[in-house]
Each structure stands twice: as C-alpha cells, then as structure tokens.
Design a protein around this ligand. Structure first.
Ligand SMILES: *[C@@H]1O[C@H](CO)[C@@H](O)[C@H](O)[C@H]1NC(C)=O
Ligand SMILES: *[C@@H]1O[C@H](CO)[C@@H](O)[C@H](O)[C@H]1NC(C)=O
Ligand SMILES: *[C@@H]1O[C@H](CO)[C@@H](O)[C@H](O)[C@H]1NC(C)=O
Ligand SMILES: CC(=O)N[C@H]1CO[C@H](CO)[C@@H](O)[C@@H]1O
Length: 829
C-alpha cells in the first residue's frame, strides 16, 4: 500500500508545480502513407535516470488501446505502425506516462495530438442523381428555384472538399443555350436574365440540364460527379388579386379564410405583410386568413403584400398587392360635441341669428347612411299658445337660430337636440346633445321715476341748506346691475343752484336737497325738473317721459309774529267814566312795520271797545256795575293784517277808581270855557244840536269830527259822548295857552256843518282855575287880537242868546235827563 503521505504528495503535485505540466505535442501524419512502417513520428523527452519505469501509451478517452501507435522504449520515439485514414479518424489524442510496475507515475502524462493530414481521396457526389423542378413563368432571373446538393468526404475547409457546380449542358438549347445559371459555389439554380426574358414570351420546356460538381475549388484537377436536372416550365398563377371586402364585426369562427394565392413554381414559401399591421396571415398553401373581427373605425383599409419566396427568402416574383376594405356597419352612435361653457346670447337679438351649431360626429363610414346625421330639436318646446318657437333648428346642418318667440334676459335655456344617424330612419342610432344658453341682458330699458309729479312741497323760507326736500325713486327694468346704474341731474328750475342731488351709485333713490337759502322775495315757488339716465349707454329708443320728474316747491314766507309795545297794559279809570272815553292805546312795538288789527277777546262785560286799526281802547258804555277797587282784565289780540294767522295778545288791566269829582268842563257859552295846560283831566262838551230848525230836525245821532287842519288834528281830540254831544280834550300834554277856535264838523241826518268851538287854554291853579286872564296873556295885546276879541265877544253874545232861546225851547220838552257830572261847565257860566 502507498503510504497516505505519498498520496497527498501525488495529489498536490499538479497544484503545487503547475509549470511541471508538459506541453501538448502536435504531430501530423499524412493520410494513406505509402512508405515503410513503423513510421517514427516524434521523440519524446523521457528521463534516462529512471529507466526502470515502464512507458504507458493511452488513448484520448483513457482507453489503453493505443491503436496503431507505439513508443520505442529504446529511442523514446512515438511511432505509427500502419497507414491512417482521415475519413475514418482524423485525430488521435494520446497520452504518454512513465510508471512503476505498481502504477506509480514517474513522468508525464505527456499529451500528444496526432492529426491525420487529408489527402483528396474522396469523390464528391450529388444528393440525387436526377433533380426535378417546376419553374413558374415570371420567376425573376437570378432567383434560385432549385438548390443542388453535393458532398465530399474529404476534410472540410480544404481544397479537397471545396466543391464547384457547373452546368455542363442544356437541352433543348433553345430559345437560348444558356437559359439557366448555376451558382458554382452554392449550387443554386436560377434563370439567367436571357432565359427570363425568353421564358416570358412563350411557354418552353421542359429542359434537361446536365450538371457537374467538382472538388479542388477552381483548380482544373479534382474529382467530379454529374447529375441531371429536369426543369418543367409552368404557367404563372401569381396574378393580381381583386380587392377583398370584409364586413366589420363579422361573427364567424377565426381564423377565417378570405382568399388564396398560388405560386406555381416549386419550393415556395408564402410570406404576408400587412400595411398597417393587421390580423392577417397566410399558410403554406397560400390561403389568406383573418384572425379576428375587424373594426372599420380602427382601420378601414389594409394593403397586404404577398410574397412567394424560395428557401433563401428571396422573392420569386414581384409581390402581389391585396387591398382589403373593411365594410362599415352602423355600430357607432353619433357623438355630441363636448359640453362647453354656457353660450351667451344678448336679448333682443334679431330673428334668425345663429346661436350655435350642433355638430355631432359619427365614426361610421363617411358619406354613408351610417354617418348621415340629422337633427331634431326636442327642447325647449314651443310655449303654450305662443306663435312660434324660441329656437329653430335646421335638421341638416344642426344650426340653431333664433325663432319668433322673444328671449327674456336672464333666462337659462337648455337646448336638447337629438342627433340621429341613418338620416333619422328607423333602426338608426341617436344621441341627445345638450347646449346651455344664457340670455344676457342688454341695456334696453331706460330708468324711470315711479312718480312724475312730486309736491307741491311747502318749505319755510328759513330752512337750513342741506335739508331734504324730497326723495325720488327711479326703477330700471334691466337685470344687469351695470345697466341699472343711474345718473341724476337737475334739468330745469335750478338756476341759482339752490337745489342739489345726492344719491348712492347703486340705488334708485335720489335725494333732492337744499343747497342754499330760500327766499320768498326772490322766488315764491320752484319747479325743479330732475332727469335720470343710465350710466351705461342705452340701446334702443331713448328715455321716455318717465325719465323726468318735477318737484314743485313752495316757499313759505317767514314773518315774525307781531309784537306789541308792552306785554300788558294797565290803566286806572273812575267808575264814573262816561261811555266813549279813551282809556289807552294799544300799539305795535317800534320796529314793526306792518298793519295790525286789534280785537278784544274776552270783554265779557261789554264795557270796552277797541279801535280796530288804531288800537285805541274806549269805554263802550258807562261802567255800570264796576266797583271802585276792582280790576277788570281783558285780553287784547293783535293780528297781522296781511297774515291773519300771525297774532299776539296782551292783557289789559283796568283798575276802577272812585267816581272823580265833576271835571271843570265848560259848555257854552263858549267864551267862558277853558282848559288847563299842561293837560288836566277834563274837557269841553260840544253839542251837535243846532238852532237852525232845518239842521236840528230829525232824531238820528250826531257825529263829530275835528276839522281837517293838521295842527288841529294834532292838538285836539274829539270823542263822541252820546248821540248828541261830543267831548273835546287836549290831545297834547302841552298846548299853547290862549283862546283856540277848534273847528268841529258835525254830521246829522245826511247834513254836515261846521262849528267853531272856542276854547281858552290857560295855566291853571290846583283847583283847575285859570291863573291869568285871557286878555293879559302873552301874545294877545295886538290891535288885531283886541278887535278879534271884541268881534268874538259880540258874536258870542249873539251865540249865547241863540243858546238861551234854544235852551228854552228844549227845556219845554223836559225830557232831558243828564247826570250831575256831565254838566260841569254850567255852573261856571
Ligand atoms: C342763510 O340764512 C341764515 C339764517 O337764516 C343766515 O345766517 C345765512 O347767512 C344765510 N346764508 C346766506 C348765504 O344768505
Ligand atoms: C314799511 O313797509 C312799507 C311797505 O311795505 C315801506 O314802504 C316802508 O319803507 C317800510 N318802512 C320801514 C321803516 O321799514
Ligand atoms: C280774560 O282773559 C284773561 C287771560 O286769559 C283773564 O286773565 C281774564 O280774567 C279774562 N277776563 C274775563 C273778563 O273773563
Ligand atoms: C240825549 C242825551 O242824553 N243828551 C245829553 C247829552 O249830554 C249833555 C251833556 O251832559 C246833556 O246836556 C244832554 O241832555
């Protein structure tokens, strides 16, 4: 047994010393060697010191059979013992080792490759002795229709097996002796160009060709073999095809046979190309088929190209074109246009305006009934009782235009249009197309005031600027907010800019306001004409009368209420004051420049009367029932004569006193009477009665007035006392002390005459008596005045006498009833 360590060593050698592996030896041996054997091939480099070993030669597959090889142990040469045949075995893989008897390898293994060098000892031969081929007319020249096959056993890749084909002869040699050409290397038999042209004209053949195959390539020498080729000529069946019409969506079993082509030559492979690529195929028999349903809408036509090819994939002839037409079926619904945003159409658009055009698409074949679409308007339906429709639809074009029925601004209308193919015939397909239409507003309405006449509005003269006079409201029938915006203006009646307008831009209300002070004097009334118009431009007829409003303003005159010079009036009168006595005068306060009308409000006793214009308050009658110490309050009202509603009032307080002692008044004889200056509280009674019986007749009352002389009017005051007498007093506080002749006009029974009442005005003592005689008075000593006094005295005497007679005459009547204090002057006579 080999010790374990030795085995390990043995195993590790190839790995440990790879460079110790000997190179393979290559040895060539000529095939069919004709010399002596053994033939020494090569010397092996065996080690000499280990000669006790045994040389072992083994085959490539580990076989011990070394065949014709051996190693000469003496010389170490590898030798071959007999001739080798390459065709039997071309190479030998040998291995030489030096081993001990027990099989331990001392040297090697040395690989040796023995190559048998080829000798052209093999003859080529055809695969068939006779080849038969069909040749179709129309086969293109140079396209092989037959491939001759030949083989040579000699070493491939060497000249010994390099075969060449040749046509040796052609029978018949007509119409051309070289109708065919044979590829020398490939053995591919094809028509020659000359042969092709002559074959096209007439049907020839058959032809018999003698063909040769020879080895040694193009060298003249070499082995050769021959074979016969019989070529029969057949008519071409490779003819153009009619177009094929295939229905789409065809329900048959697939693949479905649709046509057939045939190449009458031999060894044909059919090939199909579809443009564009489609579900078509061709089988080996030339049967064309379709593999699935077609869809015209995907692809309406295909152009197929069919080729008849030889084994090398070369076309025998020009490819055949085949037109496949997919026939339409009404399998597509009309497709509505995609819904867009709502269409806008202005109101009042003219009839016939095209609103939109509904164009549905049908994918079926164009210009066929399947894609012939007609339209029908389903909605909106005509209004009940309306004359026409709002929209009209042209069934052919799908054009939607405005009809007779008017649009209304702000309307949203859904148009429903039915699109039907097959021109609307039964069995067609249809779709409902919808279009939303919005009717937009246009500014066709002018704003109008709700009221055209406002007022009259009364405004006091003193209202402050800024005061609201009136609010006018206008409306606009348009919808669009921009078309409702209004502008206001004063068109007339505002020359001085007294009025102004205020408004909010987006409201229909406008305020007419005062801008300046009103003045009644300048204008007692105003007619303000306000107009309204749209901010936006108006379409259509202009604004009507409603765009104008008239505000009538009346100015109220402002007059302050009348004012009296005192807030209350007070006076004291004796209870014995006779009727007609002036108590006081109520009058307006100084700056007042207007006429007042006075009246008593609550003179319940009827004691007083007031002069309407002058404001003088008199006793209306004797104060019967008044008691001394009492007060009597009466309300006096003063009204503006022009503006009766303006009035004021004041109280009039009368204190009653004890009856005053009889005033020193003197009646006739006129000469003896006198009045005190400064004025005292008494006067002169003037009787209206006349001695002239003509004048004194009748019983009506007498009336008295001072003469027209202004001085007289200023100095004197005459008040009626009773029906026949008047009471003459000084009007001024101071009247020049002298004798005065006061003209008094008396009217009675429609007759008037004048009295001259002589009154002596003098300074008086406390008792009211004249302090000086008239004659010594200042300004009296003139001759003229002395004569005047004398004449006056005489006249007075005369007058006195008349009075006496009159008195006597009256006394006889005895019906005079005089109060004691009413005749104070008699005593002084
Ligand atoms: C308007 O009237 C007021 C008082 O009534 C007065 O104070 C003001 O001055 C007047 N203005 C004009 C411009 O006359
Ligand atoms: C009073 O009014 C009258 C007319 O109205 C006028 O003529 C007169 O001048 C006025 N007098 C005064 C003091 O205002
Ligand atoms: C008249 O009216 C005033 C004020 O109202 C009142 O003070 C007075 O007593 C009245 N006089 C009579 C007589 O009624
Ligand atoms: C009718 C009447 O009463 N007349 C008297 C008017 O007053 C004078 C003076 O007081 C009398 O003398 C009249 O008798």
């Amino acid at each position: 047994m080999v010790p374990a360590w030795l085995w390990l060593l043995y195993l590790s050698i190839p790995q440990a010393v790879p460079e110790a592996q000997p190179e393979e030896l290559y040895v060539e041996v000529p095939e069919n060697y004709g010399g002596n054997f053994p033939l020494y091939l090569t010397k092996l480099l065996l080690p000499h010191e280990e000669a006790e070993g045994q040389i072992v030669l083994s085959g490539d597959s580990g076989r011990t059979a070394e065949g014709p090889f051996a190693v000469d142990p003496e010389s170490g040469f590898l030798l071959v013992t007999k001739a080798l045949d390459r065709e039997e075995q071309a190479e030998y893989q040998l291995q030489v080792t030096l081993e001990t008897k027990d099989g331990h390898v001392l040297w090697g293994p040395q690989p040796v490759l023995v190559h048998v060098k080829d000798e052209n000892d093999q003859v080529p031969h055809f695969s068939q002795a006779i080849y038969r081929a069909q040749l179709s007319q129309g086969t293109r020249p140079g396209i092989p229709f037959l491939f001759l096959e030949a083989s040579d056993e000699d070493e491939p890749g060497t000249a010994n097996s390099d075969l060449r084909f040749h046509i040796l002869s052609q029978a018949p040699a007509w119409p051309s002796p070289d109708m065919f050409q044979l590829d020398p290397q490939l053995g591919a038999l094809a028509l020659s160009p000359k042969g092709s042209t002559s074959l096209d004209h007439a049907l020839e053949g058959p032809y018999q060709l003698l063909v040769q195959v020879k080895d040694m390539g193009n060298q003249a020498s070499g082995h050769q073999a021959t074979a016969t080729v019989e070529v029969s000529i057949v008519e071409s069946t490779w003819v153009p095809l009619e177009p094929i019409h295939l229905a789409e969506n065809l329900k048959v079993s697939y693949p479905h046979h649709v046509a057939q082509v045939h190449w009458s030559g031999g060894d044909v492979h059919y090939h199909l190309e579809s443009q564009p690529p489609g579900p078509f195929g061709v089988d080996t028999e030339g049967i064309l088929y379709v593999t699935r349903e077609l869809d015209r809408e995907t692809q309406a036509e295909y152009l197929l190209q069919l080729r008849a090819q030889n084994l090398r994939g070369e076309d025998y002839a020009e490819p055949l074109g085949l037109h496949v037409v997919v026939m339409d079926e009404n399998d597509n619904v009309p497709v509505c246009p995609p819904p867009g945003p709502p269409l806008s159409i202005p109101e009042l658009s003219p009839i016939g305006t095209e609103v939109t055009r509904v164009v549905a698409k049908d994918a079926d074949a164009p210009d066929s009934p399947n894609s012939h679409i007609v339209y029908q308007l389903l909605s909106p339906e005509p209004e009940e009782g309306a004359e026409g429709r709002t929209f009209e639809l042209d069934p052919t074009s799908g054009s939607v235009s405005l009809g007779i029925a008017p649009l209304q601004a702000g309307q949203d209308i859904l148009l429903q249009v039915l699109a039907m193919d097959l021109a609307g015939a039964e069995g067609g397909l249809s779709s409902m197309c919808e279009v939303t239409i919005t009717v937009t507003d246009i500014n066709d309405h002018a704003p109008e005031f709700t009221t055209s006449q406002i007022g009259p509005i009364s405004l006091p003269e003193d209202v402050e600027p800024g005061t609201l006079v009136a609010t006018l409201t206008a409306t606009d029938a348009d919808l669009e907010p921009a078309f409702r915006l209004m502008d206001f203006a004063i068109e007339k009646g505002n020359m001085e800019g007294i009025f102004g307008l205020d408004w909010e831009p987006d409201s229909g209300h406008v305020q007419l306001r005062l801008r300046k002070n009103l003045s009644y004097e300048a204008a007692p009334s105003h007619e303000v004409v306000v107009v309204v118009q749209n901010v936006a431009e108006l379409v259509g007829p202009g604004p009507g009368p409603g765009a104008t409003a008239t505000v009538t303003v009346l100015v109220e005159r402002m007059i302050p209420p009348p004012k009296l010079d005192q807030e209350s009036y007070e006076t004291s009168v004796p209870v014995s004051t006779p009727a007609g006595s002036l108590l006081l005068t109520v009058q307006a306060s100084e700056p007042m420049n207007r006429t007042l009308r006075f009246s008593l409000v609550n003179d319940s006793e009827g004691w007083l009367c007031i002069e309407k214009v002058s404001g003088e308050v008199h006793t209306a009658q004797s104060l019967q029932g008044a008691r001394p110490g009492d007060t009597y309050t009466v309300l006096v009202e003063a009204q503006d004569a022009d503006e009766p509603r303006l009035s004021t009032s004041a109280t009039l307080v009368i204190h009653f006193l004890k009856a005053s002692p009889a005033p020193a008044l003197t009646l006739a004889p006129v000469l003896s009477r006198h009045l005190c200056t400064p004025r005292q509280d008494h006067g002169v009674i003037v009787s209206g009665r006349s001695e002239d019986p003509d004048l004194a007749s009748g019983h009506g009352p007498y009336s008295f007035a001072l003469g027209p002389n202004p001085t007289v009017q200023r100095d004197w005051r005459l008040q009626p006392l009773n029906g026949s007498h008047a009471y003459l007093t000084l009007a001024l506080h101071w009247v020049e002390p002298r004798e005065h002749r006061v003209p008094v006009v008396v009217s009675h029974n429609a007759q008037t005459w004048q009295l001259l009442v002589r009154v002596i005005v003098c300074r008086c003592n406390k008792e009211g008596q004249c302090m000086r005689k008239v004659g010594r008075m200042k300004g009296m000593p003139t001759k003229l005045s002395a004569v005047g006094i004398l004449v006056g005295t005489l006249a007075a005497i005369g007058f006195f006498l008349i009075l006496i007679f009159t008195h006597l005459a009256l006394a006889r009547k005895k019906h005079l009833d005089q109060p004691a204090d009413s005749v104070p002057l008699k005593t002084t006579v």
